[in-house]
Write a protein that binds this ligand. Sequence first.
Ligand code: SF4
Length: 137
Amino acid sequence: MTGQISPSLVLIVTCSGIGKVHGLVSREAVYHLTDKLLPGQADTVCLALLATGDPETRQKVQQTPCITLDGCPKLCAYKNVELSGGKIAKGIRVYDTMKRHHGANFGTATALSEEGWEVVEEVAAEVVKIFRQEAAT
Ligand code: SF4
């Protein structure tokens, strides 16, 4: 799951994960990245548009390196970017990060707990690390 990242832009593509706290963690991580950690450098696309074959969205994932965030082993984000001919720089399994907080209460599908926000920070930091590593090569 590697590829080359432009120093100027990366797409963070997250699974929707509606109805699951895993999905909320993934989506909040995207907002944290696009709004705070990598403003102007990270962008995102709607997974539903990608899954339904929207030409503009497909073109975006084909032209810009993508980091995918998935909330469960079905890997909807990773698989849809791959199926769309997208450039995947790295696939992050958010549920693996959550597993490292064994026994934690992350909140609900609509509201994260303090531990849920900790995972958001960890996932976002992992994306930044990958972005910087790849941009430096
Ligand atoms: S990867 Fe799992 S949690 Fe995310 S949208 Fe797919 S089925 Fe839902």
